[in-house]
Write a protein that binds this ligand. Structure first.
Ligand SMILES: *Cc1c(COP(=O)(O)O)cnc(C)c1O
Length: 365
């Protein structure tokens, strides 16, 4: 009984393996001469931003990146003292407290430049083809001139020039070359305006495949967690989702399961009840059935995933006694990989992680 109890889980848990984050940071760092920025937006891709940042900084990352100033200030509150860049804020956002906390800001427009307080350290952000949040190319020269004027007036310091690739997960896509060319031209314009950025940066995890994307700094998020958009780079999965078995029942052949009776037991079998559903981020409709890991084997999810629960077929040979509380691995560690879940559900790995709900406890070791 003691052995069993020691293995029981009381609630769903996303476990972050910080040794794997450390390994991944060192691996990514070894692939480039550029500095490594640890991107921990969306709470470290649904894990814990400060925990990921700390592990990455201890293993060669020198800077941290997030989207909003709110996220940046949360990192400061959690004791992260390294340089932090925040790159996605409304021109109306109150960025004063972030600048006071030494947070660097991306500046994608004149409106953003005018809104930053005196003393701000900024990275000018050029859109080279993603068509999202950087400066429109037509406004770039003026943005650089105004930033240079602000710098001469001692109002800001332009520490970086940045852009972001749209198709880096397909290194052979000609869009990459086009964006590199536009970026080089943008950097040239910035220098002509008198700017002297220490950090020219373009690449996220996928862009690491090409040394031409690296410049002075690479912004890696997914890779820290072992998510590898381009394959074969020796990264280790750093997250696993485990939930306790909440119930076990024997059913006879033909028993229908779940909403709409979309599945019937093809034989007498044993079903397990998992206390997570689509409210917790378990994908409801998938191209292929999801599988979970239990006692060293794979078992399929059966019937419709509900808002709060999921049923798995543990097979006729499973003995139902004493199983309640035993951990089932949805992905990671001894279960199917997060990449496997992503493939079966047609989602991105990062999308699955950030979609996990608030009822899933986050832990890190
Ligand atoms: C999310 C993001 C990154 C990190 O991307 P990964 O693919 O997770 O490495 C880098 N730069 C920008 C601008 C981003 O939005």
């Amino acid at each position: 009984m003691t052995a069993l109890l020691s293995r029981t889980l009381t609630r769903p848990e996303l476990r972050l393996d910080l040794d794997a984050v450390a390994h991944n940071t060192r691996t990514l760092r070894a692939r480039t001469r550029a500095e490594v920025m640890a991107v921990v937006k969306a709470d470290g891709y649904g894990t814990n931003a400060a925990a990921v940042a700390r592990a990455a900084l201890a293993n060669g990352a020198t800077r941290v990146g997030v989207t909003s100033v709110t996220e940046a200030l949360a990192l400061r509150a959690d004791g992260i003292g390294a340089p932090v860049l925040s790159w996605l804020n409304s021109p109306l956002a109150d960025v004063g407290p972030a600048v006071a906390a030494d947070v660097e800001l991306a500046v994608p427009s004149l409106a953003h430049l005018l809104a930053v307080p005196r003393g701000a350290r900024v990275h000018l952000h050029l859109d080279t083809g993603l068509t999202r949040d950087g400066s429109v190319p037509a406004g770039w020269a003026l943005l650089c001139e105004e930033a240079a004027r602000a710098e001469r007036g001692g109002r800001v310091r332009v520490v970086g020039v940045m852009s972001h690739l749209a198709c880096a997960d397909v290194p052979a896509d000609p869009v990459n070359g086009l964006q590199r060319k536009r970026f080089d031209e943008g950097v040239r314009i910035a220098r002509l305006a008198g700017l002297t950025p220490e950090f020219v940066h373009l690449s996220a995890t996928a862009g690491l495949a090409e040394a031409r994307n690296h410049h002075d700094l690479v912004r890696v998020g997914a890779g820290l967690l072992g998510i590898d958009p381009i394959g074969a780079s020796g990264l280790r999965g750093a997250v696993s989702l485990r939930v306790p078995l909440d119930g076990v029942r024997k059913v006879s052949a033909g028993t229908p399961v779940g909403y709409g009776h979309r599945w019937r037991a093809p034989r007498d079998t044993v079903l397990g009840l998992l206390p997570v559903g689509y409210a917790d981020g378990v994908p409801r409709s998938t191209a292929e059935p999801l599988e979970v890991g239990f006692a060293g084997q794979r078992h399929p999810v059966v019937g419709r995933v509900s808002m709060d629960s999921t049923v798995v077929d543990l097979g006729p040979r499973t003995r139902p006694e004493l199983l309640v509380g035993e951990p089932v691995t949805l992905f990671g560690a001894d279960g199917p990989s997060l990449a496997d879940w992503a493939r079966r559900s047609g989602r991105l790995e990062a999308e699955l992680l950030v979609g996990l709900g608030a009822r899933v406890r986050r832990s890190w070791t």
